[in-house]
Ligand binder design. Structure first.
Ligand code: CMX
Length: 132
């Protein structure tokens, strides 16, 4: 497997509406999509920065991974998503190399992508996502 590029950076925020004021008003970006991913208990908002996206993440329930993250660490960078050719192949290969997976199988994420997370304990403290 080769990580082809950073597909997006996930940033945990308390309020997408509030955070948008910075991304649009100061950085001059455009929010091109807002989508709820019920499975992950998050609302997402996407911005394109060159070839990479920024994904703002707002929790939709108290037991959302994003709510837990903000409670523990505060708002900030939540994960890095790497584009790969095939998410299931990348997950299998990582597992064979001793990496601890969160998702054993790819599932559907925002923008219809096939996504899978690997544990921050195996990635030097940064939650990582494969997507294709
Ligand atoms: N980045 C880095 N470290 C993280 C982390 C993150 N995003 N989330 C949790 N951790 C760390 C915690 O600080 C904790 O470390 P310590 O043991 O040193 O204290 C450890 O991981 C365990 O954390 P926890 O609070 O006990 O949380 P859980 O074990 O319940 O869950 C995790 C952690 C990563 C397995 C869970 O958040 C998860 O499954 N994440 C993947 C799904 C996800 O994040 N979805 C939201 C985004 C969806 C999208 O982009 O579409």
């Amino acid at each position: 497997m080769t990580a082809k590029k950073i597909e997006h950076l996930g940033i945990a925020v308390k309020s997408i509406e509030k955070a948008k004021e910075f991304y649009e008003g100061v950085l001059g970006l455009t929010c091109y999509a807002v989508e709820e991913v019920a499975d992950q208990k998050v609302k997402t908002a996407f911005f394109m920065v060159g070839e990479t996206k920024i994904e703002l993440l707002e929790a939709t329930s108290d037991d959302s991974p994003v709510a837990k993250f903000i409670e523990k660490k505060g708002e900030g960078i939540h994960h890095i998503a790497f584009a790969v050719d095939n998410t299931n192949d990348a997950l299998n290969e990582a597992q064979e190399k001793g990496v601890q997976l969160i998702d054993k199988q790819a599932r559907k994420g925002a923008e219809g992508l096939s996504i899978g997370f690997i544990h921050p304990k195996s990635t030097f403290g940064v939650l990582a996502e494969f997507c294709s």
